[in-house]
Design a protein around this ligand. Structure first.
Ligand code: ADP
Ligand code: MG
Length: 258
């Protein structure tokens, strides 16, 4: 067993979770205190995040909303270990991440985080299968196990019939479903989605959001950036950013009137 303790069983989408068992009550997956992110460019200082406090518990579906430039992507990048705060404390599974070196960060990211981007970010000269398999190749995982996970993830998103296709041969909606499969295959603790429907027509957008909603019902923890209020309503909790600050955190209404 590794000393770091990072190689725990993941909290999302495991067989246990699908069976409805949650981890111990009171568990916190993501904990941020006083997070600041300042970008320095030429003579300009941009305060992208100014004092964010945030907790996300296993099994939650949280949406991050706010106007363009309010810090949504910056916050998601920090949660996903793609970026680091200028100040503040970030605990992932109660462990501090600030002292990890680059390769440790990459390893934690690979195991704990499933990222879904607006622009899909599939690799054009890899097939659907290879795209989903790619993150698993950085792990010490047996061939059969990897194959099982890739097939299961593609089946879950309804893309098994396009396993040998290249991204350019797929519609945007299909590409995003493959990207969701890639994020799922590693059984991450949390799925992070940054405007996942931003490049999709409304029919495909609905399908992708429905898929995320189902995954949440199956136990996945999701944090999604969106500026479409229809989709924000899928989440249980909305965090509203303005100029890098949380202005209003509200329980989503999940109104049956919609
Ligand atoms: P959002 O996703 O809500 O549109 P972002 O998190 O992308 O907002 O950006 C927040 C602010 O930080 C913006 O003012 C943006 O211009 C700035 N910013 C983001 N990334 C960088 C960067 N790499 N360098 C300089 N400024 C940045
Ligand atoms: Mg953004």
């Amino acid at each position: 067993m590794t000393e770091s303790g990072w190689i725990n069983s993941p909290l999302g989408l495991t067989a246990e979770m699908k069976g409805g068992k949650m981890s111990a009550a009171g568990d916190v997956l993501i904990s941020m205190t006083g997070i600041e992110r300042v970008f320095y460019t030429d003579e300009v200082e941009t305060h992208a995040l100014s004092g964010i406090d945030l907790e996300i518990r296993p099994g939650e579906y949280v949406s991050i909303e706010g106007p363009s430039g309010s810090g949504k992507s910056t916050l998601l990048s920090i949660i996903g270990l793609l970026d680091s705060p200028t100040q503040g404390q970030y605990l992932l599974k109660r462990k501090t991440v600030e002292n990890l070196d680059l390769s440790q960060r990459a390893m934690v990211r690979n195991r704990e985080i499933g990222f879904i981007f607006q622009s899909f970010n599939l690799i054009g000269d890899l097939t659907v299968y290879e795209n989903v398999e790619l993150p698993l190749t950085y792990r010490a995982m047996s061939g059969p196990e990897s194959k099982r996970r890739v097939r299961q993830a593609l089946e879950r998103v309804g893309m098994s019939h396009r396993i040998g296709h290249y991204p350019s041969q797929l519609s945007g909606g299909q590409q995003q479903r493959v990207a969701v499969a890639r994020a799922l295959a590693g059984s991450p603790s949390i799925l992070l989605a940054d405007e996942p429907t931003g490049n999709l027509d409304s029919q495909n957008a609905n399908a992708v959001m429905e898929l995320l909603r189902e995954l949440h019902e199956e136990g996945a923890t999701i944090c999604m950036v969106t500026h479409d209020p229809r989709f924000a309503r899928h989440a249980e909790r909305g965090i509203h950013l303005l100029d890098g600050r949380v202005v209003n955190e509200q329980e989503a209404t999940r109104s049956s009137a919609d």
